[in-house]
Write a new protein. Sequence first.
Length: 147
Amino acid sequence: MNTTTDTAAVIAVLDRLTAAWNAGDGAAYGAEFTADATYITYVGTLYVGGVEIGTAHQALFDSFLKGTRLAGEIVDIRFTGPDTALVITRGDVHKGRPGKLHKIQTYTLVRQADGGWKVAAFQNTKHRALMEAISFKAQPATRPAAA
């Protein structure tokens, strides 16, 4: 495993996902996922497989998410083996200027037989800062070191 090369390849997948989203291209978006990938939205919807993910996103791009763009930042990339990477990002969807990044995502990427990388699992969670603050105040031991 060449960490520099693999890190660049993983980032390229995220860049292609962003480009596909920004273009409103569900097929290109879904193509970055494995055939059996799992995709969990921040509202809890589960999609399975790149085709279903792409089809569902095209419907969203044609309606609720028409003209939206992704904004995001990588928090961490960690290789758990030669063919698996875990990526944590902060991000959000916007029209116009990007605002605060209200969501936290976890991507699990796997190396394919051709050496390329695809997303095998995705989880999106909306950050609830007020609820988090209440929890930390009520029970300080729940505050993670990263907070």
